[in-house]
Design a protein around this ligand. Structure first.
Ligand code: 5RP
Length: 238
């Protein structure tokens, strides 16, 4: 299964890079699928198949990888536009609403995605769901001093929030901004993503949550059919 999933991720990463044109300012997402896309972009740049690209990364992970590959980078504050942003997701529902933040990078990811003229999501077929939050908890970035207060307020909204703990480090995950992450489950999943996104972001101490609502233009889905990896494009219906 892991190998099939990697094949699907590789297929969508390669398909997404085909949308990149010379001269574009690009939002470079985070996570394993976005990392494959950044690698594919780096390969195209070094082969001379693309030129005059500027990347805006969404995490420390992306910055390190893109720098290693020689992709020219700018900070978000230094650009006035992003032509195309490409990023992964943890869940995608039929209305193109997303849960992101599996890598705790959703603060910068949402800034980049909302500035972008076009936002393309790259996922393998396991990420397509009928309803959000039944299989993946919603990440919420919080100020460290506010985490228990936010946890209690989320409980009043019906959310059961766990503090995300680190692997190979004692204690919690610390985000690229120096904050903590609460992973939240709502009984029965999320029915009103648009309302919930606003309600959670309205809680004092919350920096951003991982609901990406009405931002996505296209979802590229990697799938393996009869042992062959392919890509299906889901276009937003206006
Ligand atoms: C990071 C993200 C990632 O895009 C999301 O977790 C998907 O990651 P992967 O491609 O590794 O499954 O939102 O904050």
């Amino acid at each position: 299964m892991v190998d099939l999933q990697n094949q699907m991720k590789q297929a969508v990463a390669s398909a997404a890079v085909e949308q990149i044109k010379d001269g574009m300012v690009l939002g470079l997402g985070s996570g394993s699928t976005a990392a494959l896309m950044i690698e594919a972009l780096g390969a195209k740049l070094s082969a001379g198949e693309l030129k005059d690209i500027v990347g805006v990364t969404t995490s420390f992970q992306g910055e390190v990888l893109a720098s290693k590959l020689g992709i020219p980078l700018q900070s978000l504050s230094a650009v006035d536009r992003i032509d195309l942003a490409i990023d992964g997701a943890d869940e995608v529902d039929p209305s193109f609403q997303l849960i992101k933040g599996g890598g705790a990078c959703h603060v910068q990811e949402k800034l980049v995605a909302t500035l972008a003229e076009r936002f393309v999501v790259v996922v393998d077929s396991t990420k397509i769901v009928e309803r959000l939050n039944l299989g993946f908890q919603l990440p919420v970035e919080v100020l460290p001093s506010a985490w228990t207060q936010v946890q209690n307020t989320l409980a009043k909204l019906g959310g059961n929030a766990d503090l995300r703990m680190a692997v190979r480090k004692a204690g919690p995950v610390i985000t690229d901004q120096g904050n903590l992450v609460l992973d939240v489950s709502f009984d029965g999943g999320i029915l009103d993503a648009e309302g919930l996104e606003k309600r959670i972001n309205n809680i004092p101490g919350v920096l951003e949550n991982g609901l990406f609502v009405n931002i996505t233009d296209e979802v590229l889905v990697g799938e393996v059919i009869n042992g062959v990896a392919g890509v299906r494009s889901l276009q937003k219906i206006e």
